[in-house]
Design a protein around this ligand. Sequence first.
Ligand code: UP5
Ligand code: MG
Length: 212
Amino acid sequence: VTEKKPTVVFVLGGPGSGKGTQCANIVQHFGYTHLSAGDLLRAEIKSGSENGTMIQNMIKEGKIVPSEVTIKLLQKAMQESGNDKFLIDGFPRNEENRAAFEAVLFQYMLSLRVIDVCAEIKSFLQTKIEPEFVLFFDCPEEEMEQRILSRNQGREDDNVETIRKRFKVFLESSLPVIEYYDAKGKVRKIDAAKPVEEVFEAVKTIFTPKEK
Ligand code: UP5
Ligand code: MG
């Protein structure tokens, strides 16, 4: 064993719940690398990649891009960061995303020799491949919609029609992922309807190590 096991925190919540805003704060205080799956996908469109048009169409429809595309981008960004603490923002968005990423994380740890091949089965049983915890920004739809509509950053999915589709996909596909981790005691739920500073106070408590 040569390197530390990477720490992964998933940052989840509905569209406009404040994931990106709070991740920026967390980075400043707690030394994580922030990886927004949505930002990585939008950068991929801009880069003129062969997947660009497909990604663009899916984002316009509020649909979830195939796991292998998103995971490849996350994996690359993790490797290039040189860090071992990651905030993964807006991913996993469905059960398939989750399972596929856990498999990749497992392989990544194998490659770092954090776990060795002999420990493979044991590791699966101990579920080392799971995130440290899941930060869940809970926010009413009306508030999220208002925030997105007043964001004005030219995102092609920030219009009423697409927002409704994003909400539907969140409820149908993404909430079950949060429920999955909640059943494992991994979810730290935050009231995200409050002002940014107050939300961050709650976030800080979660990231600050408890006195033993
Ligand atoms: N704001 C933030 N916090 C506030 C607060 N407490 N009070 C008042 N205002 C607040 O915030 C949104 C706006 O609200 C900002 O103007 C902010 O100032 C203000 P932000 O921090 O940007 O919220 P966030 O939760 O990050 O909202 P975002 O729109 O980015 O969330 P989504 O989950 O919808 O978007 P994402 O970029 O993750 O995904 C976009 C699309 O990409 C998806 O719909 C999907 O099509 C695709 N995608 C995939 O297919 N797979 C993936 O894994 C990820 C994305
Ligand atoms: Mg965001």
